[in-house]
Design a protein around this ligand. Structure first.
Ligand SMILES: Cc1cc2nc3c(=O)[nH]c(=O)nc-3n(C[C@H](O)[C@H](O)[C@H](O)COP(=O)(O)O)c2cc1C
Length: 383
């Protein structure tokens, strides 16, 4: 039985073995230096063993102040290269294409990790763990949430310097061996703060109308493309809508996606929300596949491949999204934390028990195939 989810996909010079993607997920497990550790290697290698075709590392910060927390991975210096090479190599050695994402967290930087509350760092964090808050920057001096730090609006010179940083970090991502790069333009981080009229009140060329608010996102795309080889795919994550009245809309995302494609972006990675308080589903209730309609509309109207993400957990549902032409790729986040073998289990769900033999890592396949056959026989006997 053929299943669209399990078909290879060629993007530029890279062929993904299937359409299953591990979404970028911060682990909050790096030291202050932003260096990768064994945790990151094990976490990502097991996702590749588990059958995903494309495995993203967590977002890599382009400078220390661009981190969400003190425990995020970085790519701001050559010191990061050795650890990142190990992550890219670990993913590739276990059968998936290695991918990474770049981030500047903007006004949502300087936060405590989720296991310490996921709120802006305060004097308490400094006293308890030595985690001193740092000043945050954004498009405009507007805080993400009431009581959060008010960011400093970036000057034109600072914007120019950050574009150089994005280019420099792209070069490092290439040196580390990643073959797909995603830009984090979503979830209220720096790029998103330029896009949304709720967070960008600038009166220079980086604000005002849609073209002005899109300028920084497009300049970042150009900076990446200047260093990312033409044969390697470039993804761009967008919050396709703000979960807020008067914010960024799906029409805006369609317009931006068209422009991004013209600036060398190959896939729009369709997320949503996050401009302000986390998980405030004001407009879109959180149901399986809640962001798929965004991927479908951008794919249809901007004529650019899309990646769908958000509570996609059932392989049949994932397959149906690809088969019906709503998205080209399916990214799995929390379900992969819950079940890193989601990819190979999707092979069995969509192809039947014999897929254990052909699609599973060979050291597991023999045993699990026989166990599945025994269970089938036992169930048949009971009927
Ligand atoms: C632990 C965790 C860390 C995350 N870190 C990132 C990240 O680094 N970059 C990003 O774009 N999204 C990040 N996300 C969002 C996920 O990539 C994904 O879009 C979201 O979890 C929705 O998909 P899901 O319902 O399959 O989990 C993170 C999500 C989780 C659960």
């Amino acid at each position: 039985m053929s299943a669209a989810l399990l078909e290879p996909l060629t993007l530029k010079g890279v062929t993904l073995p299937n359409r299953i993607v591990i979404s970028p997920m911060q682990q909050y497990m790096a030291g202050r230096d932003g260096l990768a550790r064994d945790w990151h290697f094990v976490h990502l290698a097991k996702m590749a063993v588990g059958g995903a075709g494309l495995v993203f590392t967590e977002a890599l910060a382009i400078e220390p102040d661009a981190r969400v927390t003190y425990h995020d991975l970085g790519i701001w210096s050559d010191d990061h290269l050795e650890g990142l090479k190990r992550l890219a190599g670990g993913i590739a050695d276990h059968g998936a294409v290695p991918a990474t994402q770049l981030i500047h967290a903007g006004r949502k930087a300087s936060v405590a990790p989720p296991y310490h509350g996921f709120e802006p760092l305060s004097e308490k964090d400094e006293a308890e763990r030595g985690e001193k808050p740092w000043p945050v920057v954004a498009a405009s001096a507007l805080e993400a949430n009431p009581g959060w730090p008010v960011p400093r609006a970036l000057s034109r010179d600072e914007i120019k310097r950050l574009l150089e940083r994005f280019a420099e970090c792209t070069k490092r991502a290439r040196k580390a061996g990643f073959r797909v790069l995603d830009m984090h333009g979503a979830h209220g981080y720096l790029i998103h703060s330029f896009l949304s009229p709720l967070s960008n009140t600038r009166d220079d060329e980086y604000g005002g109308d849609l073209a002005g608010r899109m300028r920084f996102a497009l300049e970042v795309a150009d900076a990446v493309r200047s260093e990312w080889p033409a044969e390697l795919p470039f993804f761009y994550r967008l919050s396709c809508i703000d979960d807020a009245e008067g914010g960024w809309t799906l029409d805006d995302s369609v317009a931006l996606s068209r422009e991004l494609a013209a600036h060398g972006v190959d896939v729009i990675d369709c997320s949503s929300g996050g401009l302000g308080r986390r998980t405030t589903p004001l407009i879109i209730p959180r149901e399986p596949g809640y962001q798929v309609p965004f991927a479908a509309r951008i794919r249809a109207e901007a004529k650019v491949p899309t990646m769908a993400v958000g509570l996609i957990m059932d392989p049949h549902h994932a397959n149906e999204i690809v088969e019906s032409g709503q998205a080209d790729l399916i990214a799995i986040g929390r379900e992969a934390l819950n079940n890193p073998n989601w990819g190979v289990q999707a092979q069995v769900a969509l192809k039947g028990t014999d897929a254990y033999e052909t699609e599973w890592p060979k050291s597991y396949a023999w045993w699990l195939h026989r166990r599945a056959k025994a269970l089938e026989a036992s169930a048949a006997k009971r009927q």
